[in-house]
Design a protein. Sequence first.
Length: 140
Amino acid sequence: MDIRPVVRRATTVAELTSAEHLYDGPARPERAERFLAAPGHLMLVAYVDGEPAGMVSGVEMIHPDKGTEMCLYELSVDEPHRRRGIGRALTRALAEVAEERGCYGMWVGVERDNDAALATYRSAGAGDDGDFAMLTWTFE
């Protein structure tokens, strides 16, 4: 059953750290401050009964010949709230913010075997743009 969470943009360190159970690891206040200060970085948090139940982060990317697009950087929904439409609501909310900010589009990289993510993004209106390889550098 889908529910209607309250989705708000996180604008304080306290809001970012209160949602840390949705991240891969613990939030660090100094990183939260840097995130909030970085132009084009944003996080939307979905609240159910006043508690963070999901989050989506986005980063605006700009290029001289293309303009600005939104990268959906990360989406997470707390286990008890999954399969209830929260991920779709967060994805759509980020797309709305991207459009309001003048982005020409939005994209996300998803592993082909991540069926839940693929279904969520497709249900929020994303189209499949084909296969690609992701190569990474690690500096820590």
